[in-house]
Design a protein. Structure first.
Length: 602
């Protein structure tokens, strides 16, 4: 692709139709297919907007979840194709979307250079020929989809009969993708799911074998070991990983999957060092698997590597691309401030623009039991607190996508639900705990918030399709990096910022992305030690030892990296060196004052 960045998945509803907003400009983006009610409602909305027929798919129909997802993805495909046809029918006149397509490209893009060369031509026939060639070279951005592998609820019929493994949420979503028209990738996130991987082996569309290879697999991972284990499991089934999408453990939006102290710089360096060997090993494994299945293999496919999480400047984007030889970077949270690209309602947008770094925090509010990036000014957070004050904590559970707890019931229920929190609080009362411990446990119970509705509400509000009496409280999960952006931006402005044509953070004091992530890990370690210090055991001590040593190794790596960063002034170099020294001192002080039995390297 001509662009060197993509827009990752943003919650459920925030990027649900982003391909229709940016795809015609060659920008790839990722759509969540967790919520089939959302895809169905957005299919109706966009079909009617385009004057297309809409035939509803009732949830009561056979395989409704998969069919709804397929129908929505097919609609995105068809509309984007129509948009591209309209674009290519335009003349090269300033202000048209055709010229915008080329003007948004990075300056070092061959297509951009070709376009600029065309503008200098004075001979009409030569100019017309170049214009035709430019139009022929235009490509739409990919409509990729995201499946959180752990969001794989089992489903039951009306008489409580289990529908079978083929109809769990993640597997039905995968079927919806592979049956669609898309020539795109599925991004698998949130760790491995053996049941999902076994199903993927049945999907011929995913094989890198003879014929058209139209459905690809991207693994979103937080470190090399995780990438290697999952990719090897899939390669043994004949499934090729076309891209490793590395995401910062904590300096990202949405759910946060902290590593054991491994930092972005060393992780990217390991991928760079082992990239070729990894590709060769995985292809050899995949080749054997395809041969055993009687399939003709393709020539060895490529394998992209990209990174996302906390990137904030053109200099950081360029450094990551060049130093670690990446194929692309992901820019997610900043696009929440770009109404042309994402679905953020006006109230939430105003709150994001006026927010500071204290308004963004990592919480335990997700029912999945995974750390979750939260926003203090969200209306969902306000609603959660109001319900607690009224003595009615928890949310009505309507969609049931995150029902995983069987502590009080045979069928799983959601820990953010009013039913679960009531039962859990009644159980807590029986323990007759001291006031401070009771308050801490009460907070851990009521901290959970409904994401199924909250992460869709903004899309419904912005597009004016919220139903009467439907909950309008908005959950949003931006990464902490968004604190440094404080405006409503156009698509052209944000892309110009990514490529260095303008600076949206001019005069904003913002630490380097590596330092930002390091500080997030220090805060995480401090909270983790505090939560376990009263019941510390040998296993947890060993974990803290490994975690702290990994952070120290990361700091040493960054010290050696400073010359390569090519910082603009000696003052900037000194500031970064001081920030690393401060972080190292904080680690030592934390360990010495909380777990003095641990010994850290000098």
């Amino acid at each position: 692709m001509s662009h060197t960045f993509h827009i990752p998945v943003l919650g459920l509803g925030y990027s649900i139709d982003t391909p229709l907003k940016v795809g015609r400009f060659g920008i790839s983006s990722v759509v969540s297919i967790v919520d089939d009610e959302l895809t169905e409602r957005m299919r109706k909305y966009h079909a009617e907007l385009q004057g297309l027929d809409y035939v509803p798919i009732s949830i009561a129909e056979p395989d409704a979840r998969a069919r709804r997802i397929t129908a929505y993805l097919n609609l995105l495909h068809d509309i984007l194709e129509r948009q591209m046809d309209i674009l290519k029918s335009q003349d090269f006149v300033p202000g048209t979307e055709l010229t915008t397509y080329f003007e948004l490209l990075p300056e070092d893009s061959e297509l951009k250079k070709w376009y600029q060369h065309m503008l200098t031509q004075s001979h009409p026939l030569q100019k017309k020929k170049l214009q035709a060639e430019l139009k022929h070279s235009m490509q739409a951005g990919a409509i990729d989809v995201n499946i959180m592998s752990k969001v794989d609820k089992a489903n039951y019929s009306d008489d409580h009969t289990y529908l079978g493994d083929d109809f769990t949420d993640a597997i039905a979503a995968m079927r919806g993708f592979v049956k669609s028209k898309l020539n795109a990738s599925v991004v698998i996130s949130a760790g491995l799911n053996p049941r999902l991987y076994a199903y993927m082996e049945q999907c011929k569309e995913l094989y890198a074998a003879g014929g058209m290879y139209t459905k690809k697999v991207i693994l979103k991972v937080s470190d090399f070991r995780s990438a290697y284990i999952q990719a090897k499991m899939l390669a043994k089934r004949g499934i090729w990983i076309s891209e490793f999408r590395i995401e910062s453990g904590l300096n990202c939006g949405g759910h946060a999957f902290a590593t054991d102290g491994l930092l972005t710089g060393p992780i990217l360096a390991e991928f760079k060092e082992k990239r070729t060997a990894l590709l060769d090993e995985l292809w050899n494994i995949c080749t054997v698997a395809l041969h055993e299945k009687g399939m003709d293999r393709m020539p060895k496919p490529g394998q992209r590597i990209s990174f996302q999480g906390g990137i904030g400047t053109a200099e950081e984007h360029q450094f990551l691309m060049k130093h670690y030889e990446l194929d692309a970077t992901g820019w997610g949270s900043p696009f929440l401030l770009v109404p042309e690209a994402t679905n953020v309602d006006e109230e939430t947008l105003a709150a994001l623009i006026s927010a500071d770094e204290h308004d963004f925090f990592i919480s335990n509010s997700s029912p999945l039991g995974v750390l979750f990036n939260n926003f203090r000014k969200s209306t969902a957070e306000s609603q959660r607190i109001a319900r607690i004050e009224k003595g009615r904590p928890g949310s009505p559970c309507k969609k049931k996508y995150l029902c995983t707890n069987t502590e009080f019931s045979l069928q799983p229920i959601c820990t953010a639900s009013r039913a679960y929190q009531h039962l859990k609080i009644e159980q807590l009362k029986e323990l007759e705990l001291a006031d401070t411990e009771y308050a801490a446990r009460y907070e851990s119970i009521t901290e959970k918030v409904c994401l199924c509705e909250g992460l869709c509400a903004s899309a419904y509000l912005k597009n004016d399709i919220l139903k009467p009496r439907e909950n309008k409280a908005v959950s949003i999960c931006p990464g902490p990096n968004l604190a440094y952006f404080s405006g409503r931006y156009s698509l052209s402005q944000m892309i110009g910022h990514i490529y260095g044509r303008e600076d949206l953070l001019e005069n904003v004091e913002r630490p380097n992305l590596f330092v930002n992530e390091l500080n997030l890990y220090l805060d995480y370690l401090k909270k983790d030690i505090s939560a376990h210090i009263a019941i510390l055991n040998a296993k947890k001590e060993k974990h803290f030892q490994k975690f702290s040593e990994s952070l120290q190794q990361g700091i040493a790596y960054y010290r050696n990296l400073i010359p390569d960063l090519q910082l603009k002034t000696p003052t900037a170099i000194a500031a970064l060196q001081q920030q690393l020294s401060d972080a190292e001192q904080k680690i030592r002080m934390l360990i010495q004052t909380t777990i003095p039995s641990l010994s850290l390297p000098a």
